[in-house]
Ligand binder design. Structure first.
Ligand code: FE2
Ligand code: FE2
Length: 317
């Protein structure tokens, strides 16, 4: 079996998200529909239909109090962001100029819809009643709705649906949206690991998919710009405008609130965490909200710089 599951999609052999997104090179031709069938449903997802080992249960310490407040806001935001990504990305399928791109974005639509499902369903495991789930998601994520999600969705729809701009959509996804959010997902996997192992597995599995989305998106953009150098200024402008959006979106304060709640949880349930290291040489218990947030921001900057250079867009830095 292992011979048909590529290492980057194999649960036990895949690299971490940051490492994979920075070091691997995968194209849409590598990651076509046939690849996806073997790598994802028969690979990454085998035995984990809800995104984690079904034997992992959510502890009482997660079902109320500060950890509950932190994770419900985070996962509600991510459930909605992934849902919007799936819906918006679907506009890339009809305008993909080749079969590889059409197949790849079809699989990415499914991946994002699945991410939305597993983040949403984890809220049930945390104790949100099924009949209130949708309403609860709206409430948990309300600080993000009009301030963050709506403007990003609107801009993405303008590019992909209204302008039918394939390469603009690819760049918007891979640099501005997924590229910016990936380091936060990496932090999430690391920090929830000893506290909510099911959540850490959900993050890990979504991260394995994200490696593919980020690397293929970057490869498509790179090749397109090699073939159409006259488009470079337009793409640079699009990136510049997208990055400017993050400057006025209030995400920093919202993420900070989550980290403060997480800190309260650490103080209350420190015995669960023990000497666990969130990154080599640093005990999770010794970190602060600012330190965790600054670390994720630094990862984000490093990843962006490396990927823009790969695409031939270093001027955007
Ligand atoms: Fe996703
Ligand atoms: Fe993705």
């Amino acid at each position: 079996m292992t011979d048909v599951i590529p290492a980057e999609a194999d649960w036990d052999r895949a690299p971490g998200l940051l490492e994979g997104a920075m070091d691997l090179e995968l194209t849409a031709a590598d990651c076509n529909l046939r690849y996806w069938i073997q790598a994802v449903p028969q690979g990454t997802l085998r035995g984990r239909p809800d995104g984690h080992d079904p034997a992992l249960k959510v502890g009482e310490h997660m079902r109320q109090g500060p950890f509950y407040e932190a994770i419900t806001q985070e996962y509600a935001f991510r459930a909605l962001a992934e849902e919007k990504a799936a819906r918006v990305l679907a506009y890339l399928v009809p305008i993909a100029p080749d079969i590889d791109g059409m197949e790849f974005y079809s699989t990415q639509v499914l991946d994002e819809a699945r991410h939305s499902m597993i983040f949403r369903n984890h809220l049930l495991a945390l104790g949100v009643p099924a009949q209130r789930l949708n309403q609860a998601i709206q409430e948990f994520a309300s600080p993000y709705q009009d301030s963050v999600l709506a403007p990003l969705e609107q801009r993405s729809l303008e590019i992909m649906r209204d302008d039918r701009d394939y390469i603009g959509g690819v760049v918007m996804m891979t640099i501005i949206l997924e590229g910016a959010l990936a380091p936060a997902a990496e932090l999430s996997e690391r920090k929830w690991r000893p506290i909510d192992p099911a959540a850490a597995e959900i993050d890990k599995g979504a991260g394995i998919d994200e490696i593919r989305h980020l690397t293929v998106g970057a490869a498509i953009a790179r090749q397109y710009l090699l073939d159409h150098p006259q488009e470079k200024d337009r793409v640079l402008e699009l990136i510049h405008n997208g990055m400017k959006m993050w400057e006025y979106l209030p995400t920093h304060d919202l993420v900070h609130w989550r980290e403060v709640k997480f800190q309260e949880g650490l103080e209350r349930y420190g015995d669960l965490v023990g000497d666990y290291e969130v990154w080599p040489g640093r005990r999770l218990l010794d970190t602060t909200p600012d330190e965790r947030q600054e670390t994720a921001d630094r990862w984000s900057d490093e990843m962006k710089a490396q990927r823009l250079k790969y695409m031939g867009l270093a001027e955007a830095l």
